[in-house]
Design a binder for this molecule. Structure first.
Ligand SMILES: [Zn+2]
Length: 116
């Protein structure tokens, strides 16, 4: 069977996506996840964040990465392209919660979902 991939553009407001992810409750994920915002950035104003997530190969260590809105948008887009569901429903901007928020962050840091 021959398959083709189509790309569907999704236009979203940067601060809205940023605030859904950083205000979504990633702190309650089962793996350790902390965020430090750079000067001028807040959970609801897109900018630069340092994201620290438990190292999947060593739970005593954290992996850290600087992320900007483009990293968050790319991670969100990858999840949409995968048909990602959480809590029994497809991901959209109105459905963010702690698992969706953490999954976008781990996708931004690792490029894949390493914590199921
Ligand atoms: Zn969920």
């Amino acid at each position: 069977m021959t398959t083709i991939t189509i790309t569907v553009p999704v236009v979203i407001e940067a601060d809205r996506l940023w605030s859904e992810v950083f205000g979504g409750g990633y702190e309650y994920a089962p793996a350790v996840c902390r965020v430090k915002f750079d000067h001028g950035t807040t959970w609801e104003k897109a900018g630069v964040a340092q994201v620290f997530i438990e190292n999947p190969e060593n739970d005593m260590a954290l992996v850290d990465r600087r992320v900007v809105i483009d990293d968050i948008a790319e991670a969100y887009g990858k999840l949409l392209a995968m048909g990602y569901h959480h809590c029994g429903a497809p991901l959209d901007l109105d459905s963010f919660d702690s698992c969706a928020s953490f999954d976008v962050l781990q996708m931004a840091v690792f490029g894949e979902l390493v914590f199921a």
